[in-house]
Write a protein that binds this ligand. Sequence first.
Ligand code: BES
Ligand code: MN
Ligand code: MN
Length: 461
Amino acid sequence: MDVKNYIQENRERFLNELLELLRIPSVSADSRHKGDMAKTAEFLKSKLIEMGADNVEICPTAGHPILYGEKIIDPALPTVLVYGHYDVQPPDPLDLWESGPFEPVIKKTERHPDGAIFARGACDDKGQMYMHFKAFEYMMQNNALHCNVKFMIEGEEEVGSSNLGPFIIENKEKLKCDVILISDTSMIANDVPSITSGLRGLAYMEVEVTGPNRDLHSGTYGGAVANPINILCKLIASMHDENGHITVDGFYDEVLNLSAAEREAMNKAPFSLDEYKKALDINDVWGEKGYTTIERASTRPTLDLNGIWGGYTGEGAKTVLPSKAYAKISMRLVPNQNSDKISELFARHFEKIAPPSVKVKVTPHHGGEPVLTPTDGIEYRAAAKAYEATFGKEPIPARAGGSIPIVALFEEVLGVKTVLMGFGLDSDAIHSPNENFGIFNYFKGIETIPYFYQYFKELKS
Ligand code: BES
Ligand code: MN
Ligand code: MN
């Protein structure tokens, strides 16, 4: 049976299994969900076993477990390593969800006229990860598995994957493969298929600014003692100049600039600035001068506040000159920038610009390196052929603005390249309330994946 027919026959079940997976609140950041994390791993383990995978195991880590399973049909054949994550972002703010984040519902939307599944993790990454399970089921049931396959599904992607690095290094032999296959990114539109050709890296920092040794009366001391919140705002504001360039000393030193031809090609991708603004309800975009919105959101590095706090934020007013102010700041990095180095540059810069009236402390959180997946390798070419087979048109390479911190380490340790076959849309509201994933996208992913195995084997031999 061909894959289209197999999907047709099993449509309801494929959907219901995903809905069941989405009902488990696998929020990695929240320790109250530790049991749900284990439950999700168990659920996926039983599915892998049911479908006929071998050596299926739940590997404990210092954090949440990693699920592993494989099907080696012939050691002489190429091996595909599928990576995905079963953890999801916290669902809050809860009151902005139109239905429960862990009570999936299917609704039609403008972008998904065939319906979309609304739930936390629907697109990022349970829905996209589970496409690989169902594609595997099809290949197993129809004698159509063209490559060996290994599944490695982690539970800590949304919190920085800190236990996955050591796992990969320790299990280098077990994870040996010819390509890493990931569906955890997006494509341009359902009628404009694209393959993600790069990811940004990340350097995440926390800063603490301390003024006086205690909260002060803002009348008695105000105007005479530095207010750490005022200072923090000023320091942060100074980190972009009037052209939207980041002022951290040395920030752009290693940035690999794109050629004029590369820039021209990427800006040819279908994109409507008006629709973009309308979808976000903004009157204008903002960003680095001299670059388009597509470039700003993918090939250029950024510096953004993720949170800022301090002082009195309760009901009514309290006249206080606070002792401390804090901020969480993330920098998205582009090829050739290095997260440790940028963290270091940031810390040095922040310490340098802080006035003597305050003390500052800079603490780096997790990071990750940027990646580029070349479009001339057989991995990418096999993926492009697979999209052509199912979408009926050639996919466009498109760089993503987001990060998957483990990918660069994967490539380094395992010595292979990655293919990022993302089937979500940027409008699927990942990390936001009302996250959703198109039914079309789910089934299109399941349909496309087996072709990748087939073409990868063909191109590899
Ligand atoms: N799936 C996303 C990354 C992504 C989204 C890449 C859209 C490209 C397009 C992933 O789950 C994610 O959210 N990554 C985090 C990394 C962080 C938690 C270390 C990110 O990009 O913020
Ligand atoms: Mn993800
Ligand atoms: Mn995510």
